[in-house]
Design a protein around this ligand. Structure first.
Ligand code: NCD
Length: 323
């Protein structure tokens, strides 16, 4: 006798990276985010989903967008939020990540949102504490909520309401080596069926990425006319340990998205950037602020996606539990 399949239940206590999620998990978070997008359009932008829960933002690296987006997401879900950063906390006195995590958890925290300059820090923290950990970017490893919000934006822009990205080609352009955004996008996009081309100078584009199932190109001009999405990455100057290209001007000449280059792409190509933008390097201002750019939608979608993530890691299993 055939059994009725069990309804899908969100199985994860933490969100550490998109490499750990299945295509079904990713679709589920994104579908949950669709529900939260509507909340942001109401005059009263709050739901009681996480009332009585406490979220701690533990940011040991600079951030504007991600940090404020998580704070706002938690407060729209009615959670209490505490903000901790490396500067001005005991972290600058030499406290370990494990001790910091365990001490803030002892105050009754339900989830820690962690940004850290070292790859693997979020995984390490998740092993030290009993509460949920959400990775808000760890070194060059992963930035899963940025990956999710980028995928959400691509799918909505291209009308893929089911989040199936088959037949969509996404170019991720720039400093791939040091980019956690590139890695999270790559894992998520491939799982949802997209074709991904990583584009950059050989010094910033390790060949090993090809083993993950994507294409590599050292020339933006070669791929321009066949991609549906151009996700332009910031050069991670703070992570460069040696000179990766002769000069910034030379980089911009080969890999910057200028109006002239954009004219050679598909007319409705979707232009993205995770921010902060180095205007005139990765993108010309006319392109960043032009009709193909969805950069500000990425920011708005980020809020809905982070609401969905905080809601799910806090124990919600079904979208029916929502609101
Ligand atoms: C990204 C990050 O911090 O990795 N920015 C962000 O989260 N908005 C990308 C970057 O800093 O280049």
């Amino acid at each position: 006798m055939s059994k009725t399949p069990e309804p899908y239940c969100w199985p994860h206590k933490h969100l550490l990276g998109l490499q750990d999620l299945s295509a079904e998990d990713i679709r589920f978070v994104l579908q949950t985010a669709v529900g939260f997008l509507e909340v942001s359009t109401r005059s009263v932008k709050k739901v009681p989903a996480l009332r009585g829960k406490v979220v701690a933002n533990l940011f040991m690296e600079d951030s504007t967008r991600t940090r404020s987006s998580f704070t706002l997401a938690a407060s729209r879900l009615s959670a209490d939020v505490i903000d901790l950063s490396g500067k001005g906390s005991s972290i600058s006195k030499g406290e370990t990540l494990r001790d910091t995590g365990r001490n803030i958890e002892a105050m009754g925290i339900d989830a820690i949102v962690c940004r850290h300059p070292l790859s693997g820090a979020a995984v390490q923290l998740s092993r030290a504490v009993n509460c949920s950990v959400v990775n808000a970017g760890d070194g060059q490893h992963e930035h899963p909520t940025q990956g999710l919000l980028d995928i959400f934006t691509i799918a909505r822009q291209l009308g893929r309401t089911d989040f199936d990205l088959t037949d969509i080609t996404v170019a991720i352009v720039g400093d791939i080596t040091h980019s956690r955004v590139a890695r999270s996008n790559l894992y998520g996009l491939l799982k949802l069926g997209a074709t991904v081309v990583l584009v950059g100078p050989p010094t910033l584009l390790p060949r090993a990425f090809a083993d993950l199932g994507c294409e590599l190109s050292y020339s933006l001009d070669d791929v321009l006319d066949r991609v549906d999405v151009l996700n332009m990455l910031r050069i991670q100057f703070e992570r460069l340990t040696s000179q990766a290209f002769p000069s910034v001007r030379e980089y911009a000449t080969s890999f910057g998205l200028t109006t002239k280059r954009l004219a050679r792409a598909k007319p409705d190509v979707v232009v993205m950037h995770p921010g902060p933008i180095n205007r005139g390097i990765e993108l010309d201002s006319q392109v960043a602020d032009g009709p193909n750019s969805v950069i500000l939608s990425q920011v708005s979608h980020g809020l809905a996606v982070r609401m969905a993530v905080l809601y799910l890691v806090s124990g919600a299993k079904h979208q029916a539990d929502l609101l």
